[in-house]
Design a protein around this ligand. Structure first.
Ligand code: CP3
Length: 352
């Protein structure tokens, strides 16, 4: 074996057939489980202060890469900076999560626009800072929320299990809801294009609340069509940019998502039968699609032998397809750092 042969980067795995190498990064790899993050956050005063300071955001982005042999850095920001830049008064309440001024009147949608670009600009600056520090074989990931997920937070005014206010809204006034998605689609597209201009080589689109719109017709209207527009506009300018879509908890609709959208990779949560998905995607799709995922964050939290067995099982199940190792959702804040060390060691031991 050629010992000096360079191992393929995350992007090479994402774009080409290569099952010998298993790139790995973790959603929420920068965050509260890291003592150095908690320290910086304490000094900054809040999570949003970290996001709004390009130098600190860049530092937080790099923290997990200094500790672990990860293949990618994801820029430190939040999907809710878009509503924040639309002047929807975002704040994060300790132990409760995000709060926004909920959309209640038609006029608020008709008049919706980005009024505070200064809430988005630190992301572009921090991408530039990270790019300079990042080794050439590490991928730099930018991201945004998908229109439906952001709309759900904007109508509800906070996180929710079933987003019932948002569901009532789209049943009562689908036309207006579609206008909201349309406006968000434009803001998100511009935000992603600027991230690519600033150095992002991969972008991930988070549809964290896909489950709220799971009837097939609504999934197409709310989760596929708007994201399709985003991807097509981006690919007109950057045809080869790597795009990962993450319709979390979309269950069987993952298939439709993979068939309909020009993504390079789909990120998979832990609640789906991967064999079924791979079989059906292969049957319906000749594209060289890559899948990302899907260890349960709760298993990473537990660690130990059970985690090692789960990691090995995931690597086996995904072995017939290009695979990026990741979680099914973000790292839980109580996760011991040693568990992440063990996770990476286990994955590396499986590379050929
Ligand atoms: O993955 C990464 O490391 C990159 C940074 C990132 C954050 N949020 C940082 C963050 C990314 C990609 C996100 C995306 C995001 N934000 C999503 C989509 C992914 C998902 O989790 O489903 C959503 C829904 C949000 C909205 C959001 N931001 C919520 C609901 C919360 C509170 C949840 C919690 O754990 O308290 C946040 C806060 C947030 N975003 C934190 C981080 C590191 C915690 C901030 C802190 O308390 O220090």
């Amino acid at each position: 074996m050629d010992k000096v042969k360079k191992k393929p980067s995350l992007i090479e795995v994402l774009k080409n057939n290569n099952n010998n190498n298993i790139p790995v990064w973790l959603m929420r790899q920068a965050g509260r489980y890291l003592p150095e993050y908690r320290e910086l956050r304490k000094n900054a005063g809040s999570f949003l202060n970290l996001c709004m300071n390009a130098k600190l955001a860049a530092e937080v982005t790099m923290q997990p890469l200094r500790r672990f042999d990860l293949d990618a850095a994801i820029i430190f920001s939040d999907i809710l900076t878009i509503p924040m830049a639309c002047n929807r008064n975002l704040k994060f309440v300790e132990n409760e999560g995000p709060r926004l001024k909920p959309i209640e009147k038609e006029r608020e949608i008709l008049e919706l626009k980005i009024t505070n670009f200064e809430y988005l600009e630190p992301v572009y600056e921090s991408l530039g800072i990270v790019k300079k520090q990042l080794k050439a074989d590490k991928a730099l990931i930018g991201f945004a929320g998908a229109p439906f997920t952001i709309a759900a937070y904007m109508i509800e005014g906070k996180g929710s299990v079933n987003f019932s206010k948002c569901v009532s809204f789209f049943y009562a006034n689908e036309k207006l809801f579609l206008l909201l998605l349309d406006k968000l689609e434009n803001f998100i597209t511009n935000h992603l294009i600027k991230q690519i201009e600033a150095g992002a080589e991969v972008i991930q689109i988070f549809e964290s609340h896909a489950k709220v719109a799971l009837d097939e017709n609504k999934f197409k209207l709310f989760c596929i069509d708007p994201v399709n527009k985003i991807i097509n506009k981006i690919r007109k300018i950057y045809p080869d940019i790597s795009i990962i879509g993450f319709p979390r908890n979309a269950a069987k609709s993952y298939l439709e998502y993979g068939k309909s959208l020009n993504v390079d990779c789909i990120s998979i949560d832990q609640n789906i039968n991967i064999e079924w998905l791979i079989k059906n995607l292969k049957m319906t799709n000749n594209r060289n699609l890559c899948l990302q995922g899907n260890l349960a964050p709760e298993i990473l939290l537990e660690g130990g032998e059970k985690m090692i067995a789960s990691i090995n099982n995931i690597i086996d199940v995904f072995s017939s397809i290009n695979h990026i190792f990741n979680l099914g959702h973000g790292v839980i804040k109580e996760t011991p750092v040693e568990n992440i060390e063990l996770l990476i060691k286990t994955i590396r031991s499986r590379e050929k």
